[in-house]
Write a protein that binds this ligand. Sequence first.
Ligand code: PGA
Length: 273
Amino acid sequence: MPPRIRIAESYEAMSAAAAEAVARRLAARPSLRMLLPTGHTPLGMYRRLVEITRHEGLRWDRAQVFLLDEYLGLGPEDPGSFRRYMAEHLLRHLNPAPAVDSLNGRAADPGSECARYEQALAAAGLDLVVLGIGRNGHIGFNEPGSPFTSRTRVVTLTADTRRANAPDFGGDPEAVPPQALTVGIATILEGKEIFVLAAGAAKAPAVERAIQGPLDPAVPASALQRHPRVTWFLDREAAAGLDPELVPAGVGGGGSGAWPGSEGRNRGGAGRD
Ligand code: PGA
């Protein structure tokens, strides 16, 4: 089934649209089980979610938050860890807090830690998965070549990913941990609904290949074509490579837009249906 595609005029509008969609899911289902990403792209979404939580009294105390990935060797107190990022940008602003689980990058046995996490995700049952996409088409740390059947596991990062994430480690790609733990592609696809966020021209080729290209493990995000309920939140630059027939000019809602429970309209300046 084609995905829904929502194109916003700016990064801020894209972030607001994604945050409002997450907030609506949480308001409709206070026990929402969600898998959330880190990275630069979702920062605006988290800022807006914190504002919505404050202003609209959104409650998180029955929800459960899982993190998508973590660097191998980094613990919650390490400045570069994703657990620390999430504490800083989202979790410390939520009171009362949701239950939180994440992959422990410092586990003595990373393989067992991945198996534990896979079981925890299966037991919870993910209602919503939110993802970014790498310039190389990765989702989570499922780098090009990751099988679509992959589960939560230890992976080796590509040079491109370490370069992209170097700003978080003083600008030095060599300082970025070479390995990580990530939720797998098959695990991601088990979520009931998936949101993907992308902004900026550097992401346009990956977005185009993920949505319009063939199903190809060389583009891990193309696996999302197998999922019946995906919404892409894009700014204009990230959407630049998409077929105008899929996304008619000036129209924010592309694809079928017809899956059950779809939001009938766009909000927050995120384009028009
Ligand atoms: P970014 O990362 O948001 O920092 O670009 C996205 C990703 O690599 O998944």
